[in-house]
Design a protein around this ligand. Structure first.
Ligand code: GDP
Length: 312
């Protein structure tokens, strides 16, 4: 039987943009998205899964795309009231977005796994793609800074990713297990795509789960990564800063290096064409196109380009 589905390893905003294109190129029900949970956090007793939410809202066409997170047409009245009570209000949760976190927390509390809860929430939003949390176990990204160890959201949102970073670790990853559906999704895929997401804090926590990295090494499918960097800079967010702190060259070559043990091809921008020879030298194929996704049309063009790499 030939594999019918495409598997995407995803963080939040960069991946959500790409998926908006991919659903226009292949049937949505043929897309499996393996999503980072290293950013998950607890706010006011609620389980918040920022990357899962960005992917769900993106696929449902409800993501606030300017901001890159949360729902469109959102209000923040609950947040204001919480601030009045002296509760932490640096992590912004919108009023309608709150329903997602309340429902998730309640369903988890009554014994469902994160995978089951995610499937239910996604179905309620009319999403046909399979959204698969990388693991149901708690893997949490920790940023070691000169101010001490911070949870990812403390570093990213509260501190605006300003503190100097010493290293990044993934608490719980050693013991974490991926569900069988995640592993078979990788092994039996027709093409595995590493979304243009932060290699350290979005894709890194997924790869830190041993079963997943092994499945990527073993899959017969082509594994293709889209660079989240042009030249030495990320389109947004702290990818460059964190790659540097983790000892990687800040460039598409550095991105290829993060995935060197399983990557077949990397898609880089036309502006970086000069890098192709040095990356190919590392036995990774290089494909060159425009990787800026300024709108859904640009994301669709990039998705078309990536999907035809299956035939290589
Ligand atoms: P996060 O969890 O919200 O940080 O989500 P991601 O890791 O998926 O998204 C952030 C990454 O997406 C950053 O490293 C950006 O450089 C990358 N990114 C954002 N916009 C674009 C784009 O238009 N094209 C490409 N290739 N990458 C992008």
């Amino acid at each position: 039987m030939t594999a019918a589905h495409y598997t995407v390893l995803a963080g939040g905003t960069g991946a959500a943009k790409f998926l908006r294109g991919l659903v226009r190129v292949v049937p949505e029900e043929d897309i499996h998205v393996i999503v980072n949970v290293g950013d998950d956090t607890n706010v006011w007793g609620l389980h918040v899964s920022p990357d899962i939410d960005s992917i769900m809202y993106g696929l449902a066409g409800r993501l606030e795309t300017q901001r890159g997170w949360g729902l469109r047409d959102e209000t923040f009245r609950c947040l204001e009231e919480m601030g009045r009570y002296g509760m932490p209000d640096w992590f912004r949760l919108g009023d309608r977005d709150l329903a997602t976190h309340i429902a998730r927390t309640e369903l988890l509390r009554s014994g469902n796994t994160l995978s089951e809860v995610t499937a239910r929430l996604a179905k309620s939003m009319g999403i046909e793609a399979a959204i698969l949390p990388a693991t149901d176990d708690a893997v949490r990204t920790k940023i070691e800074t000169i101010q001490g160890t911070l949870d990812f959201q403390e570093f990213f949102v509260r501190e605006h990713w300003q503190p100097e970073v010493r290293s990044v670790t993934y608490a719980g990853a050693e013991e974490a297990r991926a569900r069988a559906t995640v592993l078979s999704s990788i092994r039996e895929s027709r093409l595995v795509i590493i979304a243009p997401s932060n290699p350290i804090t979005s894709i890194g926590p997924i790869l830190a789960i041993h079963d997943i990295r092994d499945a990527l090494r073993c899959t017969r499918a082509e594994v293709v990564a889209i660079s989240p960097l042009i030249g030495h800079a990320a389109f947004s967010g702290p990818a460059a800063k964190l790659m540097e702190a983790c000892g990687y060259e800040v460039s598409p070559s550095g991105v290829a290096r993060c995935y060197h043990d399983f990557l077949d091809n990397i898609v880089i921008d036309v502006q970086d064409a000069a890098l192709a020879a040095s990356i190919r030298y590392e036995t990774i194929g290089v494909q060159i196109t425009d990787i800026l996704m300024s709108d859904d049309a640009a994301a669709t063009r990039l998705a078309e380009f990536v999907v035809q790499l299956e035939q290589l």
